[in-house]
Design a protein around this ligand. Structure first.
Ligand code: GLU
Length: 263
């Protein structure tokens, strides 16, 4: 029987939310918002970790490419974040859901007092029936832009709010035993219960393209969430109805659960 989830975190990335030009992918975004609204109507609490601030900023500012310098990226993030939240607010409103924005940095999580404030805010938002939408505060979190990633952030949020599931939406179907773009025979790995050195190498090692699909950060996220026993499902976010299947316990994507680690 499918597990009954109480509170989940869903992470969506820039590639889902934007066209290659950086302009918002309205169709994908609307579709995702509809599914998440329906899931909340079922009584499941959802927190959404969204990327896309820099990408959307680039599109909105009409820049030819993503800036390479940090202040340029920060500036794009401030513009894109407004646009993203404007769109989410408008779209979730259509289904009578309210959203709240939380822009956080590593310091907010590492400092115990600030972490406490953050957790209290999350708790109150859930009590009020508000959907928290989280991104890193890219305007000030310089190290985020240089090294950071929202996969890890989503796992940190999952731990902070004691979620019982983390879903990372990707543009590939899950973790494969070889790069599916270059190895047509590659097979999806449905379930991972231990992050072994071999797996780590497959996702990061030179010569493997898995890492370039962002698998390295997803593996790290699964590891972080796993420390509190929170399972992570990495799966294709297109179509977003895949989330229903994940909640029903169907064989979709790659589920990381009951994880040990030999690291
Ligand atoms: N925080 C960045 C943004 O919103 C994205 C980081 C990531 O893609 O993981 O643009």
């Amino acid at each position: 029987m499918a597990k009954q989830y109480r509170r989940i975190v869903v992470k969506v990335g820039t590639s889902t939310l934007t066209h290659p030009s950086g302009r918002t992918n309205i169709r994908e975004m609307e579709h995702l918002v509809r599914v998440l609204s329906d899931i909340m109507n079922r009584g499941i609490q959802v927190a959404l970790v969204t990327s896309g601030a820099i990408g959307v900023g680039v599109g909105k500012l009409g820049l030819p490419a993503r800036p390479k310098d940090t202040p340029g990226k920060q500036a794009c993030a401030t513009v894109g974040q407004c646009e993203l939240m404007y769109m989410y607010d408008k779209m979730f409103n259509e289904y009578s859901h309210k959203v709240g924005q939380l822009l956080i940095t590593k310091e907010d999580v590492e400092d115990s007092q600030r972490r406490g404030n953050l957790v209290a805010c999350f708790d109150r938002l859930f009590e009020m029936g508000v959907l928290p939408i989280i991104n890193e505060n890219d305007a000030v979190a310089v190290e985020e832009i240089v090294y950071g990633d929202n996969d890890s952030l989503s796992a940190i949020v999952a731990r902070l709010i004691h979620a019982d599931l983390l879903i990372i939406l990707s543009d590939i179907d899950g973790l494969y035993d070889a790069d599916p773009r270059t190895h047509p025979e590659a097979r999806r790995i449905p379930r991972v219960t231990e992050i072994t050195d071999e797996l780590r190498r497959a996702c990061t090692g030179a010569g493997s393209e898995l890492g370039t699909g962002g698998m390295e950060t997803k593996l790290r996220a699964a590891e972080i969430a796993g420390r509190d026993g929170i399972p992570t499902i990495v799966m294709n976010g297109t179509p977003p109805e895949n989330i229903y299947q994940a909640l029903e316990g169907a064989d979709i994507g790659t589920i990381f659960e009951r994880m040990g680690s030999n690291a």
